[in-house]
Design a protein around this ligand. Structure first.
Ligand code: GDP
Ligand code: IMO
Ligand code: MG
Length: 428
């Protein structure tokens, strides 16, 4: 049995999509187990950048079967658009032979999105992607959700969607003084979407278990990151699913013994989109430097919403928490190239909280928000490293930066990424 798990080790957008795409060349199955189209996983193939939201990042490897697991929440409207996009932009056929959707995955409906948007704009929001994620998982947890398997009968599915719109319209009017959604139009659209998607439905847990029994390799692709996990992240500034290791078992229906490799993807610095504490956050000139102006496709602007990402120095306290809690056996470190030319790099090795030194990541977000970083300074490098493919050829200061991260987190950096292109990485 062999499952490789790939998790975001920070606040999302670490480069999971492109690392999944790279590791997928050795996988038979690539499976998403959590989140929904709040995720934006960019893959650069030549001059094209494709952003995946719900489709697993194994779709560009012809030999890979791609699974959308039961732990995912699925927006049929955006999935159809995404499938079309992949076909148009990358010329890759997305058909039921290559993509399977779990019957047990819950459906994101327009009502969930409307409520998400209404709550965010009414104040008191946390800066969600407004994709209806929280409200879809709310219905799942309260046992009133619609599951993808319902799409097998498009007409009944349309009726259920209509009933949901009517319920939501009452809440929108009462609590948010918002205009109602058009229940008839939404029902018709979703019945038609069900007709198009029903051929993709499957028992993905059984498919995964059979693949394991046949000695095939599964790559489980996480969405979001450890610090956005509903249980282990900076609650309430989190998403509504488990982006941590436990999410793999519940979100795919596979046993823990199958997992033999856990890769954490971490950016060589920190970024975060939306609200919530970020101890190493930077403002001013260095923030602009790390974020970029938006001219490069990899500059730090959200793949799903286009929002500028908050940026900061690498936070070892948070990263070590991610490594230890998830049993990450290795790290893929991305965007090292972005650090070229910065004279002194800072790494937060601990937090200071009310005069006390903390070496662990606090569970209470208010405590995290009150922490100050304790920095260690590391010499930077000036060289352009984007063409380097051998670890030994990296500037000695780049190697020293990587070694220090390995020492402080107690794990190995097995992949060092020096650009967004498929071949711009050093595998050790
Ligand atoms: P994900 O959500 O974790 O898949 O990450 P995103 O795709 O949202 O954001 C990562 C961004 O960084 C994308 O634009 C990638 O193309 C880009 N990227 C990934 N690795 C590297 C790297 O090593 N160097 C540079 N310059 N860009 C990278
Ligand atoms: P990938 O998979 C970065 C953040 C949102 C917000 C919080 C809750 O591309 O790394 P939600 O819409 O999930 O209810 O929003 O989580 N968020 C992400 N940030 N990358 C993501 O996905 C994210 N998905 C959600 O910005 O702070
Ligand atoms: Mg992303």
């Amino acid at each position: 049995m062999a499952i490789t798990v790939l998790l975001g080790a920070q606040w999302g957008d670490e480069g999971k999509g492109r690392i999944t795409d790279a590791l997928a060349s050795d996988a038979d199955v690539v499976a998403r187990f959590n989140g929904g189209d709040n995720a934006g996983h960019s893959i650069t193939i030549g001059s094209k950048v494709v952003r995946l939201h719900s489709v697993p990042s194994g779709i560009f490897r012809a030999e890979c079967l791609n699974l959308i697991g039961n732990g995912v929440v699925l927006n049929p409207r955006s999935l159809l658009k995404e499938i079309d996009d992949i076909q148009q932009k990358a010329g890759v056929s997305v058909n039921p032979g290559r993509l399977k959707i779990s019957e047990a995955a819950h459906i994101i409906l327009p009502g969930h999105i409307a409520l998400d948007a209404a709550r965010e704009s009414a104040g008191g929001g946390i800066g969600t992607t407004q994709r209806g994620i929280g409200f879809a998982y709310m219905d799942k947890a309260s046992r009133t959700g619609l599951r993808a398997g319902g799409m097998r009968d498009p007409e009944r599915f349309g009726d259920a969607v209509q009933a949901h719109v009517n319920q939501v319209n009452a809440i929108l009017a009462r609590d948010y003084q918002r205009q109602p959604l058009d229940a008839d139009a939404v029902a018709a659209e979703y019945a038609a979407a069900a007709q198009q998607l029903k051929g993709f439905l499957a028992n993905t847990s059984v498919i995964a278990l059979n693949a394991l029994a046949q000695g095939k390799r599964i790559l489980a692709e996480g969405a979001q990151g450890v610090l956005l996990d509903i249980d282990h992240g900076t609650y309430p500034f989190v998403t509504s699913s488990n982006a941590t290791i436990g999410g793999v078992m519940t979100g795919l229906g596979v046993p823990p013994q199958g997992i033999d490799r856990v890769v954490g993807v971490a950016k060589a610095f920190s970024t975060r989109v939306g609200g919530g504490p970020m101890v190493t956050e930077l403002q001013g000139e260095m923030a602009l430097r790390l974020r970029g102006t938006g001219q490069n496709p990899w500059d730090e602007y959200g793949s799903t919403t286009g929002r500028p990402r908050r940026v900061g120095w690498l936070d070892i306290v948070a990263l070590r928490h991610a490594v230890q809690m998830n049993g990450m056996s290795e790290l893929a470190l991305t965007k090292l190239d972005v650090l070229s030319g910065i004279e002194v790099l800072r790494i937060a090795v601990a937090y200071a909280y009310r005069g006390e030194r903390l070496d662990y990541f606090p569970q209470d977000s208010e405590v995290v928000a009150a922490c100050e970083p304790v920095y260690e300074d590391v010499a930077g490098w000036s060289e352009n490293i984007t063409d380097i493919r051998q670890f030994n050829e990296l500037p000695s200061n780049t190697r020293a930066y990587i070694s220090r991260i390995e020492e402080l987190t107690g794990t190995r950096v097995s992949i060092a990424s020096v650009g967004p292109e498929r071949d711009q990485m050093i595998v050790r």
